[in-house]
Design a protein around this ligand. Sequence first.
Ligand code: NAP
Ligand code: GCO
Length: 263
Amino acid sequence: MSKFDLTGKVALVTGASYGIGFAIAKAFAKAGATIVFNDIKQELVDKGIEAYAAKNITAHGYVCDVTDETAVNAMVATIEKEIGVIDILVNNAGIIKRIPMCEMSAAEFRQVIDVDLNAPFIMSKAVIPSMIKKGHGKIINICSMMSELGRETVSAYAAAKGGLKMLTKNIASEYGAYNIQCNGIGPGYIATPQTAPLREIQPDGERHPFDKFIIAKTPAERWGTPEDLEGPAVFLASDASDFVNGHILYVDGGILAYIGKQP
Ligand code: NAP
Ligand code: GCO
């Protein structure tokens, strides 16, 4: 069997009704995995199940707020009973608030940290014990360019994604001996609902200034698509990456390597 084959594996991708999570789950299904996902609202879970079905994927959806530890533990126990032990966890669910730091309330800062950093901790803590019993596991944390770089208005998000990079390295360190590999994927700028405000066409018909900025900062001279993340995700979820641990795989079209095109 190919080292990239996920047949027989149960994969839980959080926040995967659409966007990056949906693309990653789709790729896992194509590689043979059983797909499980969650979202906060039943209507989104239902929409997600329909979207997977449209791709001929039978996905199992659960309503769960990943910041709620009691709900997460109950969801994982239900999944283990109804579907099986989770072999692959992708901590994908995330939010961003673009507010200048001195205008951001502590509550808003905490909300971003709660979803983008505390939730991956809660989710990972919930699945690791059964991974240990099973003798293997894969945890993939969806990091960001902001795991390495800052920019105006995203202080909470950068703090969370920077912390998520170090949580990834710590899970790798603490559980590598149990044949659990924990790695990150650091997407560049990807065209999803989360970045739609940064790509809005301006009233004068011009592209958004940030859109033009990202094109100038990306050697590939384009925004990424969720599909650009499929191969890296299957690699990190598969036996092919069994000796890769604590690594953040940046899928950014070269942004982190590039000073940017001269204006
Ligand atoms: P998105 O389009 O905003 O989707 C985020 C998903 O997470 C949605 O399904 C959302 O569900 C879910 N979610 C949010 N809070 C949740 C919670 N408390 N519990 C359960 N689910 C929750 O985002 P995306 O662009 O696909 O990004 C996915 C991940 O990639 C995020 O971690 C993001 O930070 C990261 N990322 C994105 C980019 C990019 O350029 N797009 C680049 C680097 C990293 P609802 O619709 O119900 O809120
Ligand atoms: C932003 C964007 C970025 C992307 C992504 C980049 O406002 O700068 O939302 O943060 O979401 O994280 O890797």
